[in-house]
Design a protein around this ligand. Structure first.
Ligand SMILES: Nc1ncnc2c1ncn2[C@@H]1O[C@H](COP(=O)(O)OP(=O)(O)OP(=O)(O)O)[C@@H](O)[C@H]1O
Ligand SMILES: [Mg+2]
Length: 316
């Protein structure tokens, strides 16, 4: 069972702000980002300060539209901050690099290429000085790692959603990035496939141990995979909430976590934080609005289907 952050849960749990390491791999300092200008301007992120440690698994949780993709793209170097600075090993990030591999939210495979060719395209670009044989073996290793050997000859339209996302993951992993950025890689999948891929991602990370930042809207998923969870507060001008340390021992098994007290209290604490912060944002928005507050009745239609006769007589 998963708890998405749209479901309110109330519980008491202590939130422990975690300490900062001396040498972060990536540092975000007072980062802000808006899109557009004038009346079409959208203020997305504001004053983001975060340190990402070498080898950690960090999860960023937030509501839809809060700026999670923007956050991932800033780390990937695909968009630039308007203000503030992002550094990796002390040097400013000034564009995309194979050091930072991003798995996109929507499967971004080239539709005319097979699974194998999609992965090979990145491998050939990044490892130009390898021999052909080395590159071929490398591609096959990653196809196998994500369990797609039987489908390596297929094109994206011949794959299920889960298989497409496995291909995207293999393509990014095969570039051997120092930092793996996962922008809601599983959100479009059904619950069973999602659970299976969560475990596969975790297994791969436990073997490779590269730094990983996963964006998600699923609190359970964040607790399953992460060492630390950082909430992204609702926008506009979203900022980061307090960091939650996940002390649960690894390897973690999803079915067992559900019964652990630490898992339950952490899940309640993160969810409560997000629900409260969203309510506060709504209250603030309502207080700043000139329009009179109209309380809508809490009703639900029994059925959305109109009787045929009603449709025929409708003036619309
Ligand atoms: N290139 C762009 N130009 C203009 N506005 C943008 C652009 N990209 C994102 N936005 C706006 O920035 C805000 C945050 O978008 P973003 O995609 O980062 O949110 P998100 O949290 O990833 O959403 P979701 O959960 O739906 O994926 C939204 O209001 C969106 O419309
Ligand atoms: Mg997004």
């Amino acid at each position: 069972m998963t708890a998405t952050i749209t479901e309110p849960r109330v519980a008491e749990a202590a939130v422990q702000p975690s300490s900062s390491p001396a040498e972060p791999l990536i540092a975000m300092r007072a980062v802000s980002k808006s899109y557009g200008s004038g009346v079409t301007r959208t203020d997305v992120l504001h004053d983001i300060d975060l340190e990402i440690r070498e080898g950690e698994f960090l999860a960023v949780v937030g509501f839809s539209g809060s700026g999670k993709t923007t956050f991932a793209q800033l780390l990937a170097g695909l968009v630039e901050p308007d203000r503030g600075l992002i550094t990796m090993r002390g040097k400013p990030i000034s564009g995309p690099s194979p050091d930072r591999g991003l798995v996109f939210q929507n499967y971004s495979l080239l539709p005319w290429l097979t699974v194998r060719a999609n992965i090979a395209l990145s491998v050939n670009r990044v490892f130009r000085n390898w021999s052909r044989g080395e590159r071929r073996d490398h591609v096959e290793r990653f196809i196998e790692m994500v369990g797609l050997s039987h489908a390596a000859h297929r094109r994206p339209h011949e794959l299920s959603g889960g298989m497409r996302q496995r291909t995207s993951l293999a393509r990014t992993l095969a570039m051997k990035p120092d930092v793996l950025l996962l922008d809601e890689p599983l959100s479009a999948l059904d619950a069973l496939t999602r659970g299976q891929l969560q475990e596969e991602i975790l297994k791969i990370w436990e073997e490779e141990r590269q730094t990983c930042v996963m964006i998600t809207n699923d609190v359970d998923e964040a607790i399953l995979v992460a060492d630390r969870i950082v909430p992204l507060n609702p926008g506009p001008n979203a900022s980061l909430g307090p960091i939650f340390d996940v002390g649960l021992p690894r390897p973690r098994v999803r079915t067992e976590l559900n019964h652990q007290e630490e898992f339950k209290s952490l899940r309640n604490a993160v969810t409560k934080y997000l629900v409260d912060v969203r309510q506060a944002a709504r209250d603030k928005q309502a207080a700043g609005s000139d329009a009179p507050a109209i309380r809508l009745p809490d009703i639900r239609p029994q059925s959305l289907k109109l009787p045929r006769k009603a449709i025929m007589n409708s003036t619309i």
